[in-house]
Design a protein. Structure first.
Length: 478
């Protein structure tokens, strides 16, 4: 297997930051104020965002700690769990991450095209023939940019990042000028929707808002996924910290300023995308135009960044001998051609299924929606184990690993037990891929401890099938 290290194009620190920020600040940010205002007043909403920011600051610290101590490990989102708990756990983390990205890419693609429906009615909804054609064209353009080299892809992604941030900067500047402290202080802690069953206590409102805020940092590990192609290994850990600061400041500014120009009721009743309606109320119609363009570009940028990840994760996984060798084959500029091609074809198939039968995609998206939490949880556990080894016992870094583990466990809990149990179906199927890979490399399939994990996954998969067939779990209503 040729690694083509001499031909690999390297990505700069700015490129890594752009890749991470573009991936994290996706379409969700454009509706975040509306989501928060629907359940909480300004004070609890901001506290929820601060708590989520702290939780992911700890997770970012864990990633940086592990990257600094294992600079030779690439794609740390699964290689750190592998380092801590073995090949099989590393594979499960890799599979969960890759599955989430591929299915997430499909929803991002549909969202980016459907957002153009504001300007071109033919694309409204994103699930018609016109949308399929445009989705397919964009998908394959992304593919050819990806295989042209990491440097070209990074430059393209940096341009998209700058372009997508312009509407957000316009929003912030406009709202700073319109900010009214009296509006912000009015009903700061009192839920305007208490009479409709929303929580009234500060703690209850914070808890309700956390469900919306905790997800906005997903993708923060982006710089580490591309660490193998960084100009300097130290750039990967620096990039993740810089990216986090940019993202956290952006989110906090957006929410703080929004509650200073409109009441909670007005924000909650804003049309989607919420930032468009909020900006329109401040500057007029052109604000909605800018934001609808911004959400289309933002979703497309996030989609492109994740397209890069789908190939890179499988490429590094092949070098770790946990997926078949074919996924590690690289072209003349060091890009994982087969891994990118397979990921692109799968996305194309999903796009077609949406046109034929939207429920097919909905079921698959349901299966994969919670798999991203598996690598986050295992990375946090790896932080506890590895920091104890490096620090000589349970000390401050191990405590941070515990806090990160609790935060990620809460994320898993917040999705609901049904979402967790059906995830076992996907992982059970993926075990077959792992078996084939280990056989191809002539390596041991499972150790004694790994067999216990595999058996538990299979048992959960069988239970979830029984619950689906007897109607306890109804996929159509989840």
């Amino acid at each position: 297997m040729a690694e083509n290290n001499s031909t690999q194009q390297k990505v700069s620190l700015l490129g890594l930051v752009a890749l991470t920020v573009t991936t994290v600040i996706g379409a969700g940010v454009f509706n975040l104020p509306r989501d928060l205002a629907g359940s909480s007043a300004a004070g609890p909403a901001l506290w929820a965002l601060v708590l989520a920011s702290i939780a992911f600051a700890i997770f970012v610290y864990c990633l940086k700690y592990l990257q600094d101590h294992y600079p030779h490990l690439d794609a740390g989102i699964f290689s750190f769990p592998e380092q801590g708990f073995g090949k099989f756990v590393g594979f499960l983390s890799c599979a969960g991450y890759w599955l989430s990205i591929v299915v997430g890419n499909v929803s991002l693609g549909v969202l980016s095209v459907s957002s153009l429906g504001y300007f071109i009615p033919a694309f409204r909804g994103g699930n018609n023939v016109a949308s399929l054609i445009l989705l397919s064209v964009i998908l394959w353009v992304f593919y050819f940019i990806c295989i042209s080299g990491a440097k070209n892809a990074s430059i393209f992604n940096t341009i998209v990042w700058i372009a997508k941030m312009i509407p957000i900067v316009v929003f912030v500047v406009a709202l700073i000028g319109a900010f009214n402290i009296d509006i912000f202080k009015s009903g700061l802690w009192e839920n305007a929707f208490a009479s409709e069953g929303m929580p009234t206590s500060t703690g209850g409102q914070i808890s309700a808002a956390l469900a919306s805020t905790i997800w906005v940092y997903v993708g923060i590990e982006g710089a580490l996924i591309y660490s193998a192609r960084a100009k300097s290994k130290s750039d990967a850990s620096r990039a993740i910290v810089i990216s986090y600061i940019v993202i956290a400041v952006t989110y906090l500014l957006l929410i703080f300023l929004t509650f200073g120009v409109l009441s909670q009721e007005q924000i909650a009743n804003t049309d989607v995308p919420a930032l468009g309606g909020i900006l329109e109320s401040v500057v007029g119609k052109w604000g909605a135009v800018v934001m609808n363009f911004g959400i289309a570009l933002s979703a497309a940028g996030c989609w492109f960044g994740c397209c890069l990840f789908t190939g890179e994760v499988l490429d590094v996984a092949a070098k770790h001998q946990i997926v078949p060798k074919a996924f590690g084959e690289e072209n003349e500029v060091g890009q994982p051609k087969k891994a990118l091609l397979v990921s692109t074809i799968i996305q194309q198939i999903f796009f077609v299924t949406i046109i034929i039968n939207e429920s097919i995609y909905n079921v698959m998206a349901l299966f994969a929606s919670s798999t991203m939490l598996v690598p986050y949880f295992t990375v946090s556990l790896a932080m506890i184990k590895e920091s104890m080894k490096f620090d000589g016992g349970f000390k401050f870094n191990s405590l941070l690993g515990c806090l990160s583990t609790i935060a990620m466990a809460y994320l898993m809990y917040s999705t609901g037990w049904k979402y967790i149990i059906i995830t076992a179906l996907l992982f059970a199927a993926c075990i077959i891929v792992y078996y084939l890979a280990r056989k191809e490399y002539g390596q041991q399939f499972l150790t004694s401890k790994e067999k216990i994990i595999a058996i538990l996954i299979i048992i959960l998969a069988i239970i979830s099938l029984v619950l689906i067939f007897n109607g306890t779990i109804d996929l159509s209503t989840m």
